[in-house]
Design a protein around this ligand. Sequence first.
Ligand code: NAI
Ligand code: MG
Length: 344
Amino acid sequence: KSLRIGLIPGDGIGREVLPAAQDAILAVGSSIPKTEFISLDAGFECFTKHGEALPQETVQALKNECDGALFGAVSSPTRKVTGYSSPIVALRKQLDLYANIRPVVAIASPGERGSKVDLIVVRENTECLYVKQEQLITTSEGVKATATRVITKEASRRIGKMAFELALGRPRKHLTIIHKSNVLSVTDGLFRETIRGIPLSDKQYTEVTVAEQIVDSAVYRLFREPEIYDVLVAPNLYGDILSDAAAALVGSLGIVPSVNAGDKFVMGEPVHGSAPDIAGQKKANPLAAIRSAALMLRYMGYPDGADRIDNAVNEVLRRGEILTPDLGGTSTTEEVTNEVVKRI
Ligand code: NAI
Ligand code: MG
């Protein structure tokens, strides 16, 4: 049986880095089944052309024709554009990809602060403020904007279980629950208590040590002593922010991958966005997208293929000769990609 992988390049550098991920998968050869790619449309340009940011054909093809998928990045304007809504947020919901798993690992260069980083941010992917129930209310007294934040016990429980399982499989077996329940005792309180309760009500996870940290001090400690973290589990917004912060510690957003995972489907996605500041300049670092392809293969049950890609990427990073400008190099997206492909 062959593998069918949906490719959603999106906008900006998403279109430059997804072909790199595709090349890496093709280079893996016999470690995975023969792979077919299905190109799918979504994003802001898709919206301006066709009037929808996430065509139903894309969702249907992912659901019915694909074994896995890779998403590049999309541009979402910061101003409100009528009718537009971020397709990645919608895709995560429609495919029930409830976990965003973001491993952040330092490039091995002993002595540097970043070199101690080896952690995974497990971000809840379906609720929190990203339910996007916002309102603008104008009254005689003034203008008020509100947003609803949704935390459910069920979603907290399943993301918590995923985080415990991940922690169990790692050498340090340490889990940190990120929250702000000193202020938001109802919503973050439910998140925290539900995850705290998992080892009492379910599988015991006796080997996993559990800590917790208020989100702001978690960012502080992440920068001062990143080595204390192993697996972090966080509600959607905190997880989004923490993982970009962690990316800064390891040198660039351009090397941090993720997967959006549900119980039945997985979609790889670099953590970075469409980077309009460097789009079209051949400067985009393809390594985050390539690592996302490896992570996708790992979650699809092809660890050998994933290892081959990861080892090649790590080798290129360790040698430090062929790198894009974000890592201090002068090479292009294509040159870095070719170097990885050669090593695979
Ligand atoms: P960004 O992640 O696109 O860029 C932040 C900074 O990191 C920029 O200076 C960029 O040049 C650099 N950077 C990011 N990826 C890089 C790579 N692969 N190689 C080299 N440098 C890289 O975040 P920004 O600028 O805040 O957002 C730009 C657009 O992307 C916005 O429209 C935003 O909505 C969208 N976005 C989309 C995401 C997604 O599709 N999942 C995630 C984050 C942002
Ligand atoms: Mg983000």
